[in-house]
Every structure is written in C-alpha cells, then in structure tokens.
Design a protein around this ligand. Structure first.
Ligand code: ZN
Length: 293
C-alpha cells in the first residue's frame, strides 16, 4: 500500500468514493414505458427512485383512438420495459412499438384477468382486436389493479433482481393501500337511494361491478346515439331519477348536455385516466356517493 492510499483509507476517502460508485451503479434508473397515465402511478409506486416512467398516451388523449407521435416511437428505444394493458391504440400500434425496441421486456398486465364483454369495444375496431376482445378499462377496478401490480412487480424483479426486496416490500405496501381504498369505497357506496348512474362513454363497467352499481352509457358502439336512442335514454333517466350525467375530459359533452337539458340534470366530469390513481378513485367514489345518496 503506498502512502497516498494509506492516507485515503485513514480519512475514509476511499470508502466514501467506493460507496458513491456503488450507489451510482444501483441508482441507474430503469426506464419503463406504459400506455396510459394511471399505469405511470402503478409503476412508480413499485419502483420509486429506481425507475423513470413515461406514458404513451398524453394527458387529454383518448386511448381508443390515439396515435403515437414519431418522437414517442423514437423514445421507445430507451425503454427497458413496456407494460401492456391492451387499450385500443396500444393493440393497434403494437407491431410497430415492439419493432422499435425488440430488446425491451414486455410485461402483459392482462395476465390473470378476464375481461367483461363489451359491445362497444367489440364492434368498433374491426380487424384490430384479436383474442383481446372485451372491455379494456381494467385499471378502474381496485381488485384488478392488485393483479396488475403483481404482474408489474415480477417484471421489475426480472430486470433488476438485485433490488427484488425493495420492489416486493413496496408492492406489499401498495397492495395494502389498495385494500384500504377498496374498503373505503365499499363503505361509501352502501346505503344509496339509487345505484344507477348515467355516463357518456362506458369506462366504469369494472368499477360498477365491484361496487354493485349499474352504469348506463349514452354512447352506442362508440358513436353518438340516434334520436330514437336519445328518447329512450331520456325516459330511462327520468325513471331512475338521474340528476347528474357524467362525461370524461376526453369525449364530447354534446349528447350528455342535450339529455341533461331535457331532464333537468347537470353534467359533471369523472376522469378515468387521471395519473394519481388512488386520489382519483377516492374522488370518483365521493362524487358517485354524493350523486346517488
Ligand atoms: Zn374507453
């Protein structure tokens, strides 16, 4: 040992330098691509500082019709992992997405989940859909999100086994939070005077199933309803004493406003795609509880 390194050791210089190197190595962040903003939240809950996450769908984008930009397609080459959820634009673009970066690990969060039937999503996209028929809005059920979180966690561990313990403990904490959230929503949505709510786009089928509510959609097979269908909806809304019609920021308000005028209801916004998923689920439950009380 020469005099310099002896000096360094004494002062702790080498050990702190080594520590810096090591932490630098383990802090190399994994870049994860997802399709929609709520999935950013899921991956961040699991990965914390170990990951950077980016959504293909930007705020305000509509997952049934979105088209990724050339810039986004180029950025895919930086991704270590892609978390699939099979929303329609993702399925439609999948071959291109996969071709840009054949090396990234593809984690499929439809695994272990059975989708609900959906006329709308079935009819709309002709030859695009294959075995992934059915209602794509699986991120709006806390129960199904637990399944998705476990699948994502396995993917993170596959890429970064050194941090397996961190991912697992973060997973356990998040799953527990979801259980608590689920309980809260359950409690809030008991003892309502009505269980039927009217929406424009049928995003909330899984949520409705989980909490024993009935979602009625204005949109028919992805299109604005006909005059005859509008008349039927007005009758239904009157029968169920509907006072609020829900739209989402990504779709048209026009037919919702027409029906609202005819029955003296108001139009309110519920966002199925907000990134802060837990907070948003709470907000949705609050709003529905207030409306259906
Ligand atoms: Zn949708």
């Amino acid at each position: 040992m020469n005099r310099f390194s002896a000096y360094c050791l004494r002062t702790g210089f080498v050990s702190s330098f080594l520590a810096l190197l090591l932490s630098g190595a383990s802090m190399a962040q994994m870049h994860v691509m997802v399709s929609i903003p709520p999935q950013v939240y899921f991956v961040e809950q699991l990965g914390g500082d170990l990951v950077t996450v980016e959504s293909m769908l930007p705020p305000g984008g509509f997952p049934h019709t979105y088209e990724p930009t050339p810039k986004q397609m180029r950025q895919l080459s930086k991704a270590t992992m892609y978390v699939r959820i099979h929303v329609e634009f993702e399925d439609a673009w999948w071959e291109k997405i996969a071709a840009v970066n054949p090396k990234m690990l593809v984690v499929d969060t439809l695994e272990g989940i059975e989708r609900l039937e959906s006329d709308m999503h079935h009819e709309q996209h002709g030859d695009v859909h294959d075995h992934h028929d059915g209602d794509p809005h699986i991120w709006l059920s806390p129960q199904l999100v637990k399944q998705q979180v476990m699948t994502i966690c396995e993917g993170l561990i596959r890429i970064d086994p050194d941090n397996a313990e961190t991912y697992r403990s973060r997973q356990d904490a998040f799953l527990q939070q979801i259980d608590t959230l689920n309980q809260e929503i359950q409690t809030q949505l008991t003892n309502l005077s009505s269980r039927t709510f009217l929406v424009f786009h049928p995003s909330w089928s899984y949520f409705a199933r989980d909490y024993n509510l009935e979602q009625v959609a204005i949109e028919v097979e992805g299109k604005e309803p006909s005059v005859a269908e509008m008349t039927q909806l007005v009758t239904l809304a009157k029968d169920h004493n509907i006072r609020v019609i829900f739209v989402q920021p990504q779709t048209s308000r026009r037919s919702a406003e027409t029906i609202a005028r005819q029955i003296g209801a108001t139009v309110e916004v519920l966002d199925p795609l907000a990134q802060d998923w837990s907070e948003n689920m709470r907000h949705v439950a609050n709003t529905l509880a207030k409306t259906l009380r």
